[in-house]
Design a protein around this ligand. Sequence first.
Ligand code: ADP
Ligand code: GLC
Length: 490
Amino acid sequence: MTVCVLHVAAEMYPLLKTGGLADVVGALPPAQTQLGTNARVILPAFPSVVAGLKRIEPVADLGWAFGIDNVRLERGVLEPHGVVVYIVRADAFYDRPGNPYLDASHTQYADSDRRFALLGWAAARLANGADPAWKPHVLHAHDWHAGLAPAYLRAREREGVARVPSVMTVHNLAYQGVFPASEFGVLQLPADFFSVDGVEFYGHLSFLKAGLFYADRITTVSPTYAREIQTHAQGAGLDGLLRHRTHDISGILNGVDQTVWNPATDTAIDTQYSVEKLTGKGKCKAALQERVGLAREPDALLFGVVSRLTEQKGIDLLLSAIPDIVQRGGQLVVLGTGDPALESGLKKAALAHPHAVAVELGFDETLSHSIIAGSDIVMVPSRFEPCGLTQLYALAYGSLPLVHCVGGLADTVVDTSLENLADDLATGFVFEKFDRPSIVAAIRRAFALKQRRLEWKAVERRAMTQDFGWEASALRYVDVYRELIGTSVR
Ligand code: ADP
Ligand code: GLC
């Protein structure tokens, strides 16, 4: 039997992207389709989503919901993979300037509870048969934006509708979709769902908690993060619920979409290269130095960062280590956007070291590829990191990752300790403690390895031949779906 799955999410590359969630939603469905699963996606009809889809056609009129008249479900196709994408048309909610979460002046929308309740509600309607031509066996919700979908499925079950089983994937437990309890009335859920055993969360309501409570299975994006979120220290108030559901939780690593992130075919970089023919990598480095205004020094060890500039990403720790990079003759290029204090800290560092530190504030897909390709080292010093994709891209491009030993970073990068070098295991630089001495020690290890040309080459080669494709993970998700279809469909 072909398994049909409906992914519910707020973003999907290349239609709309603010972070790794979009990369996953863009890559997992085509990977699943290749393995014989019928995977479709439902998104809010944001302007760039509508603009990027082909052959959009009406599917169903969903009527009034959350104060919006005439909510419509439509269906289009995303090329080149041909993934079918449903869109929820409610222009008063989604046809706005800005990104899905923030308006044009970077302020959170006041009505995001209703905007994303509508996404979950429409997804549940689709799962329950709103498209006469297609019905999923499983609904797969991603992050808090989709967290109410499993709750709406349970509510429908009460009305006698056979429940479609659901999976809730946590991409980041730090974003929970918490709203005032007074908003519960607008969610169109049964009154008793506002309970500790339901959507209530410390006197508020939480979309993520709803998903974690009502979904049949929970996954998160790395095995280590799956363990971390069950601890008090890293459970963000949800560890009790997660421990209670420990047998329903799996950690499934994200992968790399090799149609987008492959140095041998990447048209966004200066010169394509591969593990067999690495000369292009040096050209990418020179082009990057030129592009961002760094001194054109082939031998300067170049550290790159592509990141949201938030507390999570450890940019404050990076700032504390910049003098150590510069004093050793290294260079740093940062591409990012986010917290104004971090942005101005980085700008100050660039002003202080104009030939050694370059900072580009903003979101720039092409430059992100140039940095991943042109850097010698890609830094991901996150406080916590559910999976992390940039270190995986860095490995594929032979740019050695330098990472904090947490979450998916711990699961994907092997430190260049002497014993790992001796056993041919090392792929990057890993620091254990989130403090300045530890990151500086890792930076020193990077400089030391650069002096040992042959060993550097061996680590680079090993990094590039790691297999972080989507196939293994896509198969694991299908196993989760199959278990559910076997057990919980009535
Ligand atoms: P997160 O989802 O927490 O931001 P990930 O490492 O999983 O972290 O994914 C981040 C994704 O967003 C990567 O594809 C990365 O290249 C991209 N990205 C982050 N910041 C920028 C930026 N300023 N410009 C372009 N791409 C960015
Ligand atoms: C989140 C996490 C990141 C993960 C991404 C995709 O944004 O912060 O670690 O890689 O989602 O799962």
